[in-house]
Design a protein around this ligand. Structure first.
Ligand SMILES: [Zn+2]
Length: 120
């Protein structure tokens, strides 16, 4: 299945956040990411791919399905708390797109729920 632009964008955003976090906490540089952070990044990518809302997935903050295992959720929250504010410096365009994506989420979730109802 082809990935939607939104899925690709979501993955890029997560990767960027992981890199910022890893550079500050694990002394990595450039495009290099440590094994632990890489594990978490792979996990996050899998969750994005398996998202039941795909291809119109909402941004994870607005999502009604909590698909992360508790430990991973805690870990990714830490990363986002740290990297979120810093993203504005590193990748302002991604942040703006992410916020715009988030604004349409209510609509998106409604459409998804309706579609689900009619399928049953
Ligand atoms: Zn790391």
């Amino acid at each position: 299945m082809q990935e939607s632009k939104r899925t690709i964008r979501e993955k890029r955003t997560v990767r960027k956040m992981m890199l910022i976090y890893c550079h500050h906490h694990h002394q990595t540089t450039g495009e290099i990411i440590c094994p632990d952070c890489n594990d978490l990044l792979n996990y996050a990518n899998q969750r994005i791919e398996k998202c039941p809302f795909s291809p119109d997935k909402p941004t994870c903050k607005n999502c009604t399905v909590h698909c992360y295992a508790p430990k991973k959720q805690e870990a990714i929250k830490n990363v986002m708390r740290f990297s979120g504010p810093r993203m504005m410096w590193h990748a302002p365009w991604l942040v703006i797109r992410h916020l715009l994506d988030g604004r349409k989420d209510e609509e998106r979730i409604e459409v998804y729920l309706k579609r689900k109802k009619t399928n049953i």
